[in-house]
Design a protein around this ligand. Sequence first.
Ligand SMILES: Nc1ncnc2c1ncn2[C@@H]1O[C@H](COP(=O)(O)OP(=O)(O)OP(=O)(O)O)[C@@H](O)[C@H]1O
Ligand SMILES: [Mg+2]
Length: 295
Amino acid sequence: MIRFDHVSKTYPGGARAVEDFSLTIERGSTTVFLGTSGCGKTTLMRMVNAMVTPTSGTVFVRDQDVAGADPVRLRRSIGYVLQEGGLFPHRSIADNIATVPRLEGVSKAESRERALELLTLVGLEREMADRYPSQLSGGQRQRVGVARALANRADILLMDEPFGALDPIVRADLQRELKEIRRALGTTILFVTHDVDEAFTLGDQVAVLSTGGRIEQVGTPAELLSSPASPFVAKFVGASRAARPVRVAGPGGLVLDEDGTPVGTLARDGDEASAALGVSSAPRGSARPVARERS
Ligand SMILES: Nc1ncnc2c1ncn2[C@@H]1O[C@H](COP(=O)(O)OP(=O)(O)OP(=O)(O)O)[C@@H](O)[C@H]1O
Ligand SMILES: [Mg+2]
């Protein structure tokens, strides 16, 4: 669906944002770019909708070279949730959501109907349609940003730290809704975050990036946790694995949280990590929660 083929980007002035990046994103999957600030995530994402032109290399979207595509058509065919929300302050919520359909010639009545449906889809009241962005909370504005990105029925959604500014509860709500939307619509999602939990909750494929868009490792959350390719990855994915309800599954001693998201593995001899997760350090294959050990 999306393919980066040896792309590099040097900005005018010499900043080498991305060097020789290659990755394939399958149709209907969610790929997460996980990395620290300034490692090139936004630059890579914007190559997909031709807002950034690679200095070298090629990006393919739907098997077409982005360099040969009409940028306006391309952008209108892809949903984009900007890092800072990016709603138009002087347009109502409904008009914000309907921006691209209106540009594409969809009638006013039909675009409004679609905007109202999308408000429901992202968990907002239809009554909000005639408010303005300043009359919404930050979390509500973020939801509107997602609705707007879905308004043109795009099969590709680019989301640049869309939930970054939200409290953990609203964030978890939106993550759940996004998974639901993807399941219902089959959307291909490219999602940027520097939050490990968010990456593992949403990603089928997670690419851990370091400076220059260097891929430290790409794989499923389970792969990154059970066999990190480098100390960098181990440290990155190991951070913020705070104690929370977990269970152990699989021959590799994979530890899952209550939603089934992998959060770690049991060490062979039971070490501090196991203890921190509240899981016993029983031999591999027979690990059980500590509380049930004596029953
Ligand atoms: N328009 C630009 N002109 C010059 N340098 C830029 C430009 N945009 C980004 N850069 C530089 O390119 C590098 C990558 O930036 P990018 O915005 O892609 O990072 P990021 O991973 O999205 O960071 P963040 O997590 O802070 O959003 C940074 O060093 C940045 O300073
Ligand atoms: Mg960015």
